[in-house]
Design a binder for this molecule. Structure first.
Ligand SMILES: [Zn+2]
Length: 100
């Protein structure tokens, strides 16, 4: 077995791996820790700012703009598999706005 120099990566390539997640508002991939996590729990969307809750999660930029994009795209309806009223979306936004 002959090891060639090509098998050893230069130090610059060995950067720390940053986990990426997609924002459900703008659909851009961002480093996970810059995004805000939610989980689906008991047929509701639960903010998970510490990203510690178990269960099915999704991610959003910490921005009202992206939240509204997600609302427009009916993301929450799809995730909850039911109708989500504009009032429910506003109530959720009111809850998470101080956490952004
Ligand atoms: Zn976004």
């Amino acid at each position: 077995m002959i090891r060639t120099a090509m098998n050893s990566k230069p130090a610059a390539d060995r950067e720390k791996h940053v986990p990426m997640r997609r924002c459900v508002g703008c659909m851009e991939s961002k480093p996970k820790e810059t995004l805000f996590r939610f989980v689906i729990e008991d047929d509701a969307i639960v903010p998970d700012p510490a990203a510690k809750r178990p269960g099915r999660g999704f991610y959003l930029d910490r921005s009202e703009d992206c939240f509204r994009k997600a609302v427009k795209r009916k993301t929450f309806q799809r995730l909850l598999k039911r109708n989500v009223s504009p009032e429910e979306c506003e109530a959720l936004l009111d809850r998470i706005r101080p956490l952004f």
